[in-house]
Design a protein around this ligand. Structure first.
Ligand SMILES: Cc1ncc(C[n+]2csc(CCOP(=O)(O)OP(=O)(O)O)c2C)c(N)n1
Ligand SMILES: [Mg+2]
Length: 337
């Protein structure tokens, strides 16, 4: 099977303003998560699932997507939530279970949702959201609008039945959906290659559904920006689904309590060397962006992340009388649009 490996993209291919937006979104995700980790280490919040090292994927799609499009993500969904423009304060307060959180403190880190931003949820059941994303795409097709759904999932999800069911339906009905496998090479503590019949867990299965096999360097923000743009444009124009396998790595363990020691040291070192953020900063400098612009951006985003942490810590816990508000049983249907 031949891979379409998009690599070493021409730095002039993407307009500079788009690339600066991608860089800013990567910084937002990174600094937000660093601030959250500081709160965890200080005993102010519970554990979460780090996405440090994987930011380029969410950021590139976040810039390419537009209002009305839908995002589905896993329990690492804070990255995709921020990428869709959800304010840091509400997102951080949600992680801390505060009443000021985007879901009133009832969702927490594994269920971040903001329908108004097209963030249709983070899902803790591996693979569960892939058929739901097909449903949103089917709705767009039925309604005759040009909204696109993007569904992010891990390499582990490709061995779940729901992955195959969703891909089959999406292809059969030519749905406007982009499935993005964030192949960080591990599912919890197991290397994906040890439990998968093919080397590329998503791309090598694409042909079973009549789809192109696409593998992309998920740590290369330019490559991600290009691939995301193509797949979204295709879906919006009625060209049907795309399956993308983005190769990446989480710098830390599966969740806060996991030191990640099952990974060879040289592998971790090599992937940290390929950290998407400093790599992209160097590329932007080569493209003519001056250090001052980049430093100012970093300073601004760090300040926003610190403010969000401060806001969340000082926010009240939810009121007991709100416990039944905005849950399925209250009959609220705003989320249905
Ligand atoms: C259906 C199901 N089976 C098992 C689990 C336990 N579990 C939680 S995360 C995870 C690993 C998933 O790995 P992957 O899909 O590669 O995503 P990553 O965590 O690497 O982003 C597993 C097995 C679960 N949440 N849901
Ligand atoms: Mg994984």
């Amino acid at each position: 099977m031949t891979d379409t490996f998009v690599d070493a993209v021409d730095i002039t291919a993407s307009p500079l303003d788009g690339r600066l937006k991608v860089h800013r979104k990567m910084l937002e995700i990174r600094y937000f998560e660093e601030a959250w980790t500081r709160l965890y280490n200080a005993g102010k919040t519970g554990p979460g699932h780090s996405s440090i090292g994987m930011e380029a994927i969410a950021a590139a799609f976040g810039v390419r997507m537009r209002s009305g499009d839908s995002t589905y993500a896993t329990y690492r969904g804070h990255a995709h939530t921020l990428a869709r423009g959800v304010p840091m304060k509400g997102a951080m307060a949600e992680l801390l279970g505060r009443g000021t959180g985007i879901n009133g403190g009832k969702g927490g880190s594994m269920h971040l949702t903001s329908v108004e931003h097209g963030m249709m949820g983070s899902y803790a059941i591996v693979g569960a959201h892939l058929p739901i994303a097909a449903g949103t795409a089917l709705a767009a097709k039925y309604l005759g609008n040009d909204a696109v759904t993007v569904c992010f999932f891990g390499d582990g999800a490709t061995n779940i039945g729901a992955f195959h069911e969703a891909l089959n339906l999406a292809a059969t009905w030519s749905l406007p959906v982009v499935y993005v496998c964030e192949n960080n090479h591990y599912m919890e503590y197991t290397a994906i290659t040890e439990v998968t019949a093919v080397p590329r867990p998503a791309a090598d299965r694409a042909s079973a559904y009549g789809l192109e096999s696409i593998v992309v360097d998920g740590n290369d923000a330019d490559s991600m920006f290009a691939v995301a743009g193509d797949a979204i444009a295709k879906a919006r124009a009625g060209g049907g689904p795309t399956l993308i396998e983005a190769l990446t790595y989480r710098h830390f363990g599966h969740a806060s309590s996991d030191p990640g020691k099952y990974r060879p040291d040289d592998e971790v070192t090599e992937w940290k060397r390929r950290d998407p953020i400093p790599t992209f900063r160097r590329r932007l400098r080569d493209a003519g962006v001056d250090d001052r612009t980049l430093d100012t951006m970093e300073k601004e985003v760090r300040a926003l992340a610190d403010e969000a942490a401060e806001f969340a810590v000082n926010s009240p816990l939810p009121n007991v009388e709100d416990v039944e508000k905005n849950v399925w049983a209250d009959g609220g249907s705003a989320w249905r649009r």
